[in-house]
Design a binder for this molecule. Structure first.
Ligand SMILES: [Zn+2]
Length: 322
């Protein structure tokens, strides 16, 4: 039987997106389940139930090559989700083996940002690039780095935790990891909400955001206000872009990438943000790097890039067999 489809799964903190992908990189059907079950067995059952329907729609399991799945705490080499703070079931969970046994299909696991980088390299804005760094800016901040056309996994796999690089902003803002002033504490959706709340207190600027109860403020509220020209909301994105641009000007020395690719909800927010990133980046660059690296925004939805990237693993990798 010719294997004509692969499955890509993006395990987010609260929602898991599942896609069936053909050999040309088209996501031909999608579904989603919640991630935050109390027990791993409930989560696996939910994936199984949704995936079974999608598989039958494509003619059955005989047409499926395998499954790639991503988690921000996924270990490509062991197939385990390791101590993910977001999941009550995590511990050190051999999820690739559990899924392979349940679905009777080979499975491989990777890190979400690495999967997104693979998706961008094969199907997205990084086509033709061999050296680039992808930063996924969402409720988490993660990095997928490619050098000489290969994903950099690093020793013991976890090389993508760039959300927890210190940005040397001396506010002392506490990150979810417990440390102070991590990139994620400023450039994630939650980080942007925190910046907004701080600014609402410290500034006298009029803002439509003052009409929203503080505990109900969302990233989308801030984004919409910035698009409507709200000065305080625009200042939030300028401040955030300034921090991110400075960080990119440091990261460039790490592997001299052809481009930084920004993906995720925050990256696609607005032009003020991109202008602030570019300005700060250029102001802080070492002279030898000037004009050599672009900052680009992904034009694929982050979850789709991850589904495409994980499906590539199903086509190309050594998979955990049932
Ligand atoms: Zn942190």
């Amino acid at each position: 039987m010719i294997k004509t489809f692969a499955i890509g799964i993006d395990m987010g903190n609260t929602t898991t997106s599942i896609g069936i992908v053909d050999t040309q990189g088209n996501i031909i059907s999608k579904s989603s389940v919640k991630t935050d079950y109390q027990h791993i067995a409930e989560y696996i059952d939910a994936i199984y139930n949704h995936l079974s329907v999608l598989i039958e729609q494509q003619g059955g399991i005989d047409y499926i090559k395998g499954i790639g799945i991503s988690s921000s705490d996924g270990n490509y080499f062991t197939g385990c989700v390791e101590f993910a703070p977001e999941h009550t079931w995590s511990g050190n969970t051999p999820i690739a083996q559990i899924l392979a046994d349940k679905l009777q299909l080979p499975v491989t696991l990777t890190n979400g940002a690495n999967a997104a980088a693979m998706g961008e390299m094969e199907y997205g804005i990084a086509q033709g690039m061999k050296d680039f760094i992808l930063l996924s800016l969402d409720n988490e901040v993660c990095r997928g780095a490619v050098a000489n056309g290969e994903i950099i996994y690093g020793h013991k796999i976890f090389s993508g935790k760039s959300g927890h690089i210190n940005v040397h902003n001396d506010r002392g803002r506490i990150c979810k990891c417990g440390r102070k002033d991590c990139l994620e504490a400023y450039c994630s959706t939650d980080g942007i909400i925190t910046t907004t709340l701080e600014l609402l207190i410290s500034s006298k600027e009029t803002s439509t955001l003052r009409n929203i109860p503080q505990n109900e403020l969302t990233f989308e509220n801030i984004y919409e206000a910035s698009i409507q020209g709200d000065s305080l909301a625009k200042e939030v994105f300028r401040f955030t872009g300034d921090i991110l641009g400075q960080l990119l000007s440091d990261l460039i020395a790490y592997s001299s990438p052809k481009a930084f690719i920004l993906s995720g909800k925050v990256a696609k927010s607005n032009e003020f943000f991109m202008q602030a990133i570019q300005k700060s980046f250029e102001e802080n660059l070492l002279q030898i790097y000037i004009g050599k690296t672009k900052i680009l925004t992904s034009d694929i939805e982050n979850s789709d890039a991850i589904i495409l990237g994980t499906s590539l693993l199903a086509w190309n990798s050594k998979l955990v067999e049932a």
